[in-house]
Ligand binder design. Structure first.
Ligand SMILES: C[S@@+](CC[C@H](N)C(=O)[O-])C[C@H]1O[C@@H](n2cnc3c(N)ncnc32)[C@H](O)[C@@H]1O
Length: 278
């Protein structure tokens, strides 16, 4: 195992750390951006589909929810009132932060659809938590990356696909064509931890991804992409999300995605504009 894969985020609670093996702080700005986009996408999907079961495929699902950490609670206080933050605040009231599959289920239900979550995570303990979840079916896979080629071969095709692996920035070359093929049928929401600012090698990796997305857009239609800096006082990376979806669907959500991203970018910039160090 590499040093990178051994590293985990510590919540300060040894039992929680052993159970969740987090590699990042749940509720970071990337989670906020991803959840804001997901709320728009899942809401539009449910509204367009009417009341019926909607299947969300999330092969990097993490756990259903996480302990609410102080930095995430503080971030939440600054966020505006809207459909996404209403979900976050309901979980925060019981000291939890919902994973994106959980946000998806909550939003689908709120819009009158019946959520069906098809989930996987390489972490066995996380899979164990989903196994007890009433809306979820745990997939039998060797890796989340195997889910995409097979996605339309099962009995029930997904209506929405979430891609939220830690290492998409390093792995996209192997899966982007499969994701674009899915995006011709259903919305595919992808999170990327873009480390381009760390040096020329990372920057060219990112440039190649952008070029590929622009090529994909020639066939699929425009690909919306949202971005926030990694941290308010450390700019080594960006949190990014992009949507691969049928052109008519993208058209229906595009303005809302732009608006949600701009609101968060402005809050993020404000948070980093002035500090009282003590
Ligand atoms: C960034 S976290 C996202 C978790 C979740 N989507 C959420 O919103 O909280 C990435 C998750 O992917 C899992 N993971 C990493 N590589 C994986 C793989 N190859 N197959 C399945 N899961 C993987 C990790 O265990 C981790 O829970």
């Amino acid at each position: 195992m590499s040093k990178r894969s051994e590293w985990t985020w510590k919540t300060g609670d040894a039992e929680v750390d052993a159970r969740l093996h987090l590699k990042y702080e749940p509720g970071n700005w990337g989670d906020v951006l991803k959840g804001a986009w997901l709320t728009v996408v899942a809401g539009a999907l449910a509204t367009q589909a009417g009341r019926r079961p909607l299947k969300c495929l999330d092969p990097f699902a993490g756990a259903p929810s996480y302990p609410l950490l102080p930095a995430s609670a503080e971030r939440l206080v600054r966020l505006p009132e809207n459909e996404h933050t209403a979900v976050l605040r309901a979980f925060a009231a019981r000291n939890e932060w919902p994973s994106c599959a959980t946000v998806c289920a909550e939003v689908l239900r709120k819009h009158g659809a019946i959520p069906r979550l098809a989930v996987f995570d390489e972490n066995e303990r996380a899979r164990g938590l989903w196994a007890k979840h009433p809306d979820a079916q745990v997939l039998s896979l060797a890796s989340g990356y195997d889910a995409f080629e097979k996605a339309f071969r099962g009995k029930v095709a997904p209506d929405l696909v979430l891609v939220d692996s830690y290492d998409f920035f390093d792995r996209w070359g192997k899966v982007l064509d499969a994701l674009a093929a899915l995006g011709r049928k259903v919305p595919v929401l992808v999170y990327v931890f873009n480390t381009a600012p760390r040096g020329p090698g990372f920057q060219s990796q990112y440039d190649r991804l952008r070029k590929k997305l622009i090529q994909t857009a020639q066939d699929l239609g425009p690909v919306p992409l949202g971005r926030l800096p990694y941290d308010k006082h450390e700019n080594q990376a960006h949190h990014e999300v992009f949507l691969l979806a049928p052109a008519a669907f993208t058209q229906s959500v595009q303005a809302e995605l732009a608006q949600a991203s701009a609101v968060l970018a402005s809050l993020h910039a404000d948070a980093g504009a002035y500090e009282l160090l003590s």
